[in-house]
Structure formats: structure tokens, C-alpha cells
Design a protein around this ligand. Structure first.
Ligand code: FAD
Length: 309
């Protein structure tokens, strides 16, 4: 363990002694394969799970003070960690997951799972989350990515988001417009910031109708997606005016493998881990697909999965 990490841990230990509300689980040499839906990735030097926003901001301060690099993880459902892992601190929002309602507004901590938000909204006869129900991510990760499915994106329901601006060292609020949402894009991709919580605007509807829509969307996913294998969802972004998965299929790449990574035979847009896949396998497979699509269609498709090293 390098000197910076030791200093970082010393500062965290001091917080524990002197700040009563400071609470975080700290794991060392933690395999990222345990924290990503791809089940791939080497060890993070330190893996932290703060219990509240003030503990999270303390951790960020400690990282800056000791010169330790950090990255944030929600449910790890859009991430590919390098086989060498992450030399620094991976900060998980897993423990910051409370959900509450004020009228027809849902207020969710960054680590709340979209599926939990959808279920609780349905139970309150509030509509707006049902199309996002099957996305295996957190509210923070979904805002960062502007996740969406079946015609609803986060941009359609976000009222405002509270975040910690690590550059300015203070908590700020972004209005919907300030998120600069785009296709799988938000302002947070270009900000040194951590999403803490968000207010989502829902509308009243019958709980039974909401539930039946949720079950329909869930069935669509089960029928079309290779949910029986670890993956990070759609590996490639949509190309304007084209279906990326269809092009990959037409290129004859369904079932094509590199090591344990494979283009799903069920859905050509998914790269799956058939067992023992490494990050290198996935990266090589993705490059092969991009090359073939460039040659056949003369276009450059973009990877949606975020690679972290
Ligand atoms: C089977 C499957 C199906 C999927 N279906 C869909 C789908 O239909 N539509 C869709 O859009 N996506 C889909 N995805 C992809 C993924 O679930 C979404 O992108 C999801 O929103 C990611 O959330 P997460 O919490 O897992 O984020 P992570 O994967 O943990 O992180 C994603 C990015 O967000 C950043 N981040 C996470 N939390 C915070 C925070 N609090 N503050 C700042 N940055 C943060 C991370 O640093 C990282 O860069 C699917 C994935 C799988 C495995």
C-alpha cells in the first residue's frame, strides 16, 4: 500500500475519533468484480461506503489532502474496471439510499436503487418511474448517465439535484436545465462532483395500472435481454438513425467471443461475461466490433460502458 493511501487512512481514522457523525465502512484491496454487474475488475486499494453525505464529503477532503485519486460507484451497472483494479479510493453510495415523498415529489438519496424508487412510487399511486424499473442502477448513476428506457429518461422527471462540488468544496443544487441532459449524458460527466440526492417529479395514477406497466416492461427485458449473464447493459450507444444491435447482428458478430467475453446471441447490443471474462477480453471484443462496423457501414459507434483504470 503506497504512502498516500496510508496517509488517507490515517486521516479517516482521525475523523472516526473526533467527528461523532462520521461513519463509513472501509475495505482494503477490495475486488471490483464483487461490486459490478459485469463481475469483472481487479482490486481497489480502498473501497469506502460512507453512511451519509457529510461522511462522504469528509472522505473527499481526505482524498484531496493526501493526494489519493478517487472514483464514485453506484451499483456498478455501467462500469468496466481494469483487470489491474483501481489504485486509489472507490467511494460507493450504497449506504446512502433513503427514499421519501413530499406530495408527488420523490426525494431519493444518490444510492437509492431505481427499482426501489419505482416500487415505492407505485405503492403511493405515483407514476413516472415505471419505465425505469428494470434498470439495475442507483439514482446517482442514472442522473450521471441520463439513463432511460421505453421512452422515459431521467431528464423527464428530475426537478433538481443536490451535489457536492469537489472543486468549490461546497454543496450545490442543480435545476433540471442545469443538468444539461443529453443522450446518456449530463453535466456531471464533466464535473468534479458527487451527486448526493435528487427530487423527482411524479404524477398521480392508479397503482394497479402503474403495476401492470411495470410488469410489462419487466417482461420485455426478460424476453429480449441476456439477464442470465453478467453484463453492463447495452455496450454501445445508439447511432443516430441506426439500430446498433441490428448492425452488429448483420455484421455476423452475434456469439463472437474473446476469452470469456461474448456478443450475446440473444441481443447483439450486449457484451456478456460467459464466465471468467477479463476487462482485456471485453475491451478487445469492443474494438473488434467497432472496427467491423466502421469497415461495413463507414460509421464510428461509441461505447456506452465506462472503463475505469
Ligand atoms: C442488465 C442491464 C440493463 C440495463 N438497462 C439499461 C437501460 O435500459 N437504460 C439505461 O440507460 N441503462 C441501462 N443499463 C446501464 C446502467 O444500469 C445505467 O447506466 C445506470 O443508470 C447506472 O447506474 P449505477 O448506479 O449502476 O452507476 P455506476 O455504473 O455505478 O456508475 C456509472 C457512472 O456514474 C457515476 N456515478 C454513480 N453515482 C454517482 C454519484 N452519486 N455522483 C456522481 N457520479 C456518480 C460513476 O462514477 C460512473 O461514472 C443497464 C445495465 C444492465 C447491467
Amino acid at each position: 500500500m503506497n504512502d498516500n493511501i496510508c496517509e488517507f487512512k490515517d486521516i479517516l481514522n482521525k475523523y472516526r475519533e473526533i467527528i461523532p457523525e462520521y461513519a463509513a465502512d472501509v475495505l482494503e484491496n477490495e475486488p471490483m468484480s464483487l461490486h459490478t454487474t459485469f463481475k469483472i475488475g481487479g482490486n481497489a486499494s480502498v473501497f469506502l461506503k460512507p453512511y451519509n453525505a457529510s461522511s462522504l464529503t469528509r472522505i473527499l477532503e481526505a482524498a484531496e489532502q493526501s493526494g489519493v485519486r478517487f472514483t464514485i460507484i453506484g451499483n456498478g451497472s455501467n462500469l468496466l474496471f481494469d483487470d489491474q483494479g483501481f489504485n486509489g479510493a472507490v467511494i460507493s453510495t450504497e449506504k446512502m439510499n433513503s427514499v421519501r415523498f413530499e406530495g408527488d415529489v420523490l426525494i431519493a438519496d444518490a444510492g437509492a436503487m431505481l427499482s426501489v424508487c419505482a416500487i415505492q412510487s407505485r405503492d403511493k399511486a405515483l407514476s413516472g418511474m415505471e419505465r425505469l424499473y428494470g434498470i439495475p442502477g442507483t439514482v446517482g448513476g442514472a442522473i450521471y448517465m441520463n439513463a432511460g428506457a421505453y421512452g422515459t429518461e431521467m431528464k423527464d422527471i428530475v426537478v433538481c439535484t443536490e451535489y457536492y462540488d469537489a472543486a468549490e468544496k461546497r454543496i450545490k443544487t442543480a435545476s433540471n436545465a442545469e443538468h444539461k441532459f443529453g443522450y446518456r449524458d449530463s453535466v456531471f460527466k464533466n464535473k468534479n462532483a458527487v451527486i448526493l440526492s435528487s427530487k423527482l417529479s411524479l404524477t398521480h395514477d392508479s397503482a394497479d395500472d402503474i403495476n401492470s406497466r411495470m410488469q410489462n416492461f419487466k417482461s420485455c427485458r426478460i424476453n429480449k435481454q441476456p439477464l442470465e449473464y453478467p453484463s453492463a447493459g447495452s455496450a454501445f450507444k445508439r447511432y443516430p438513425g441506426k439500430y446498433t444491435a441490428k448492425m452488429i447482428d448483420e455484421a455476423g458478430l452475434k456469439g463472437y467471443s474473446v476469452g470469456g467475453a461474448q456478443i450475446s446471441e440473444k441481443h447483439a447490443g450486449f457484451v456478456i461475461n460467459r464466465g471468467g471474462a477479463t476487462a482485456s477480453d471485453v475491451l478487445a471484443l469492443i474494438e473488434t466490433v467497432k472496427d467491423k462496423i466502421r469497415i461495413l457501414y463507414g460509421i464510428e459507434i461509441e461505447c456506452e460502458i465506462i472503463y475505469v483504470k
